[in-house]
Structures are given as structure tokens and as C-alpha cells.
Design a protein around this ligand. Sequence first.
Ligand code: PGA
Length: 254
Amino acid sequence: MRKKIVAGNWKMNLDYNEGLALFSEVVNMVKDEITGSQITVVCSPYIHLHSLAQLAKGYDKVAIGAQNAHQNESGAYTGEISAKMVRSTGAEYVILGHSERRQYFGEDNQLLAAKTDTALKNGLKPIFCIGETLEEREADQHFDVIKTQLKEGLGHLSTEQFEQVVIAYEPVWAIGTGKTASAEQAQEIHAFIRNEIAEAYNQEVADNTTILYGGSCNPKNAPELFAQADIDGGLIGGASLKSRDFTDIVKVFN
Ligand code: PGA
């Protein structure tokens, strides 16, 4: 059975002490709430990773992730962080292809394919983000956009490699806008994604892939979204910065 995942994406928020304080609160609140095949992942800025991984020891259903990693193994890339460095902190996941990285840092599908390879090689599980912009949805191009992002970003992976990947569908128009996709809109895309995976690999691989929804997910809308057949949890931005809201979202699967 595929894993249910609620992942927090702190983005560029919280200094070192604030991050540790929030994480301690979250772990205390969620530790007895994570049931069955569910896990909770917190994706923090790099500065928190090692400390959070230490704090998460002993909680096998709480994992840590980064929000990016470089496509090259190492070298003269001042200011960058490699996948190996991320893994060495104890982090297990890395968000790749977040729309903010695509939009503000020019990350395209080809680059993301390379980042995925390097992350996997270094033992990180990618949370690979895909999603259409408002213009693309209004032009009725959303299925094509998703299909291309999947094919160009992940299409080259072997079955074994693909099994390490978590997909996050995040319609760009829903991120940080307070405008969430309706449960029907999200389910429609999630079913489409699962079908694309079945065609590229096989039905079993598709059935085992965790597909998250992201974009203004909160304790109010999460129950309806997570009740959809192909939605296996969420990638949570704003609401992951409030321990109560994040915990309430984790508890939706109880
Ligand atoms: P949001 O962000 O929940 O604040 O919309 C989601 C994300 O960007 O991952």
C-alpha cells in the first residue's frame, strides 16, 4: 500500500532557533497522531537540517527534507549545496522542481531531471513538484503541461529509481494565494498523473506512488482533498509554519 505523507515546506522562513522551536512543538503534537502507513516530513532551510534530523531520531514516522539540492556532485559552485551534503545531515527527502524554483531560479525540466538523478544517487527521495500556471489552465493546457513535466523530468528513470519518488501536484495559481483547487479539480489531475505513471511503468508502480496535493492546503480543506481516491496527502506551505494547523492536517488521516 502506498504511503500517506503530509510534508511541510517552510520555504525561506524561520531563523535557526525559531525553526528548532517550531519543530519540537510539531513533533510533540504529531508523534501520537501518525497512524498506519502515514509519515510526516518537514522540509526546512538547510541551516536546520542536521538539528532537526537529530531531534527526529526515535520517531520513525517523522522525516526531514531539504527544499533543493544541486545537480552536480561537488565542485566550484559557490553558495550551493550538494545532495550528498543534504543526505549527510540525516535528511531523507528533497523537494525538487517547486514552482518557485522554476519561476525565480529558471529551473526547467532538463535541469530537474539532472537534479533528480543526483538526489537519487545520493540516497535522497525526491518530492518532485509539477503543476500548471493560471494562464495554462485557462488555455486548457494543464494536462499537456503535467504530461511534459513528468516525461521530461522523470521519464528517464528506471522502475527502481521511480519507486523512490514522491510526486506533488501544485497548481501554481493555488500556491500561497488562498485559492485552492477544488477536490474534483485536484482528483482529476491526480488520477491523470497516476494513469501516466501506469503507462510509463505499470499499474503496480502507479498504485504504489504517493501523489501529494499542494496549494493553500489548510485544516479546513484538507479533509475533502485527502478523501479523494488518488490524493495521498499534502505539501503544505503557509500552514506548516503554525504547529496547530500543521498537526490538524496530519490528523486528517486518523
Ligand atoms: P502554500 O504553499 O500551502 O502556502 O500554498 C504550498 C507550497 O508551495 O508547497
